[in-house]
Design a protein around this ligand. Structure first.
Ligand SMILES: *Cc1c(COP(=O)(O)O)cnc(C)c1O
Length: 353
């Protein structure tokens, strides 16, 4: 073992990101990126003058971006936090807010477990129902923090705003974090509850619906108290957490919500078409409020389908956890990409006969 590494961190289990291959050109449906470029306004904002100012530090208070987010989402700038990808605000939240423990689902975003380990947070893992739905009752009055991805990943399924409200209301002494990475593709946002509940933290990202995963930009809404705790951690670790190009890009994207909403509509329409096509091929597909589908086929093991598709140039995401290893998570691509996926699956199924 590494003799230089602190024993505090030696044994942590790291997060394993989805494949981001740089060698082959795949049809890439494995990490839930938007298959469309960001708004043209974003491309225009990253011009020569923006680059020429890279000699200066970025704004550590993210004032411009917060003002724009305040305009679009209707909350005060005091209730907004900006992070380097939403993974960063998740990390700060686990570090700053869950001294008295946290609860989350057994099947959900893998980073939560990593952060529990990293920050030694006492964790209660709550199984989803057999059909992978999250049971709100399991989180009512649980007397610890709560983290829920809504819609959930990798299942794509969501719970209602009224259920979230009940969970937040019944845990007023603890922070309830709702991770809304996929909410723009069909979930109900909890942002409207932030002004009424000082224990609610809503986490968002530019990585999915804004098509800006490479920019590494996340944001969050909460009471001033929660935001101040997050700022304290941020200012102690990385005060200039957002670079100036990303700040500009983030503001520009918010000036073109029409483009954003349009992309979401296209993905939702493609998702429903793809779901039907997969069902015609014999897949069982979970209901999805997100930009991906969670599906299994009785005739072919999940891992084998993943590997066969990879060999044919299509990447999807497979997880080894036993409860879900028969499934694959498939990001919704452009109609053309989805068509290639379906054709390759047809080939694989007929080659197996
Ligand atoms: C993709 C994803 C994120 C976001 O990550 P970024 O760091 O913003 O790219 C957060 N939560 C869930 C559940 C996700 O799937």
């Amino acid at each position: 073992m590494n003799k230089f590494m602190s024993s505090l961190y030696k044994d942590i289990k790291e997060y394993i990101p989805g494949e981001q291959p740089r060698d082959t050109q795949y049809v890439k449906l494995n990490t839930n990126e938007l298959p469309y470029s960001p708004s043209p306004l974003v491309i225009k904002a990253l011009n020569e003058s923006a680059v020429s100012r890279l000699n200066l530090y970025s704004d550590p208070t993210n004032t411009g971006l917060k003002a724009k987010l305040s305009q679009v989402y209707g909350l005060d700038t005091k209730n907004i936090f900006i992070s380097n990808g939403s993974d960063e605000v998740l990390a700060f939240a686990f570090m700053a807010l869950y001294e008295r423990g946290v609860a989350y689902a057994d099947i959900t975003y893998g980073l939560y477990k990593v952060l529990s380990g990293l920050y030694h947070v006492d964790t209660k893992v709550i199984p989803l129902a057999e059909d992978f739905s999250l049971v709100p009752e399991d989180y009512i009055g649980i007397d610890r923090g709560v983290v829920i991805a809504n819609p959930n990943a990798p299942t794509g399924m969501c719970i209602s705003l009224s259920d979230i409200k009940r969970i937040v209301e019944s845990n007023r002494g603890h922070v309830v974090l709702i991770d809304e990475a996929y909410v723009d593709f069909g979930g109900e946002s909890a942002i409207s509850l932030v002004k009424d509940y000082d224990n609610l933290l809503v986490v968002r990202t530019y990585s999915k619906s804004f098509g800006m995963a490479g920019a590494r930009l996340g944001y969050a809404f909460a009471s001033e108290e929660i935001i101040q705790s997050l700022e304290k951690i941020k200012n102690s670790i990385n005060p200039y957490n957002i670079n100036s190009l990303t700040q500009k890009a983030g503001e520009a994207a918010l000036c073109d919500m029409e483009y954003h909403d349009d992309c979401c509509k296209k993905i939702i329409a493609s998702r429903e078409i793809l779901k039907k096509e997969l069902e015609k091929l014999g897949f069982e597909v979970k209901p999805s409020c997100s930009n991906f589908l969670f599906a299994r086929h009785n005739g072919i093991p999940g891992k084998e389908l993943y590997l066969s598709l990879k060999a044919k140039g299509v990447l999807i995401r497979h997880f080894d956890a036993p409860e879900i290893c028969q499934y694959n998570r498939i990001s919704v691509g452009t109609p053309e990409q989805n068509g290639i996926l379906v054709n390759k699956i047809k080939e694989i199924l007929s080659e197996r006969k």
